[in-house]
Write a protein that binds this ligand. Sequence first.
Ligand SMILES: [Zn+2]
Length: 387
Amino acid sequence: MVFVDSHWNHKNIFALKFSKITGLTLIKETLLASVRNKHVAHAQLFMGNVGCANLALALAYVQYINCENQQETDSCGSCASCIQFSKMVHPDLHLVFPMANLEKINKEDLKAHSLKHFRPFVQENPFADIHDWGQYIGAENKQFSISVEEGRSIIQYISMKSFQAEFKIVLIWLPELMHSSTSNAILKALEEPPPKTIFILVANDIEKIIPTILSRCQLVYVPAFSEAETKQYLIENKQVDEKNALRIAKISDGNLNKAQQLISQEPDDSHETFATWMRLCFGRKYQDLLIFSEDLSKRGRENQKNMLLYGLQIVRDSLMVSANAIELVHQDENELKFIEKFSGAVNQKRLPILSEILTETFLHIERNGNGKIVFFDTSLKITNLMM
Ligand SMILES: [Zn+2]
């Protein structure tokens, strides 16, 4: 598992400041303004797809709220409160997250044990998802949920006076995994928490949150990272070179978690593979296409999918080129040459059909279809299309 590898040195630890989160200017400004205008809602739901910055923003936000030396656009990062928040050990920060029963851990010790792992897990990668969490804590196949005991612990926690901070924070990661009895236990507190108590819920799947919880929260919609933001993040934080950063940004769909996983995967030769494949299809080299399909089927499924996604991107770019919109194509010089040639060879009417064929192939591969058969079948379709 990538996140527990020893290469996670101190440099990779995420600092809980707005400035460490790439882009998302608008939403940061909204959050900062809520503090400036003293309009911090007492229950907020940070909602965004897996791999977005909702948890990172929530953490930067609560650190900012309690910072003793608030700057205009960020927490100071160095006051006593900031230091405790960035380590996620501040006594006025109550962390709630899905847990699973673990062998060898008593029920009474489960929260303390899980918390000990949860802090570094988030600090290393605040864009991680529930599957990563399962792997991190060694419970991949277990059922994760937020138990009713956690609901009770929240009620107990908010009934106490705050320790040092101005605001007591209850941060719930993935409230969609709350038991209905847990949700019911906190409804009243969510609606009318004690003064200076703030609930921050951080969710990926709004459909799974019960309406009674939803209606009590102010929704903070966190958009996915743009391609440019993903690229910038990879270059600045993960020492990825420009070309690879762009490639990964293109196929990760604003999911920074996926983007980080792609860094450690085999070097991508999607361009060479796709170009070879198309050449063989144009040349109707059936024998070679059979060998090509067999070779391709032996690679990892992710590699096959990446090549298909790359192909789809080339088809889209080719459409742009044939529509005289080359300025919308963001590829390097080599690829641009290929795209120009490709869009000349496949006429404009065939490109959408090719796109459909590749999409269908992608779905077959994703559903674990036999790679050799799927790729050869696709090769025949493309060959026919080019006739
Ligand atoms: Zn501070």
